[in-house]
Ligand binder design. Structure first.
Ligand code: GSH
Length: 239
């Protein structure tokens, strides 16, 4: 592994994760972009390990990056930690200009605070009525992200410009799940006609080597989502 900059060996970088987790996926992409190797430990979230409970006693969630024995929790915090520690081993996730950096942090927070709850409501919708309402909200948020892409990318391929940046990795957690929802629920959140920049960005991001190496199996996610949805629909029908 490139222990560059961090000053630790391979065995000292471990990631506690769950393969289907979007939050874990984004951390794995960031580690891959830096060319870092690490020990990946798959957690059973129904029976959390002592290591996870000890490493993230506040939230008890994955991902947790353990670097030289010290845990770093929360995916956005981990992304920025990786960016600071392993600077110089690939394009930085955060730009050097303070205003551009603040802008990237703003949109990354928007993805987690606004996009994810809106998408999650669509993901979990049980009835046609709930789905229609959730889709309207999610489309409004996607519209804002389409504008954010124009502002951040300045005509380049990624939110980060020529290279993938913090917003790319943060939002990049979600296209695979959006596709699963679109294919199952008949929605069109990644609508190329309505959101041409966002749809093209998603294609470009998903084609990256660092993404392909760690992307969860789309077929399995689709199966998992269809099974959950069948359960929710049955529960809604019987209530
Ligand atoms: N805000 C957290 C979210 C992490 C998260 O929700 N992780 C889920 C897996 S997808 C988890 O560990 N859930 C276990 C639990 O809620 O008990 C982050 O960005 O890291």
């Amino acid at each position: 592994m490139a222990a560059a900059g961090g000053g630790v060996g391979d065995s000292e970088l471990r990631l506690l994760g769950k393969s289907s987790s979007p939050w874990v996926f984004r951390v794995r992409v960031a580690l891959g972009l830096r060319g870092l190797s690490y020990e990946y430990i798959e957690e059973d979230l129904g029976n959390k390990s002592e290591l996870l409970l000890r490493s993230n006693p506040v939230h008890k969630k994955v991902p947790v990056l353990i670097h030289g024995g010290r845990p770093v929790c929360e995916s956005l915090v981990i992304l920025q930690y990786v960016d600071e520690i392993w600077r110089g081993t690939g394009p930085p996730l955060l730009p050097s200009d303070p205003y551009d950096r603040a802008t990237a942090r703003f949109w990354a927070a928007y993805v987690d605070d606004k996009f994810f709850p809106a998408f999650s409501a669509l993901f979990r919708s049980r009835t046609d009525e709930q789905r229609a309402e959730a889709l309207q909200n999610a489309l409004l948020v996607a519209e804002t992200l389409e504008r954010a892409f124009t502002e951040c990318s300045r005509g380049k391929a990624f939110f980060g410009g020529d290279a993938v940046g913090l917003v790319d990795v943060t939002l990049g957690s979600h296209p695979i799940w959006i596709r699963a929802v679109d294919q199952t629920a008949g929605t069109n959140l990644l609508d190329g006609a309505r959101f041409p920049d966002l749809a093209a960005w998603a294609e470009r991001f998903m084609a990256l080597g660092a993404v392909n190496e760690v992307v969860p199996d789309a077929g399995k996610l689709l199966e998992q989502y269809r099974a959950s949805r069948a359960k929710w629909t049955a529960a809604a029908d019987s209530s």
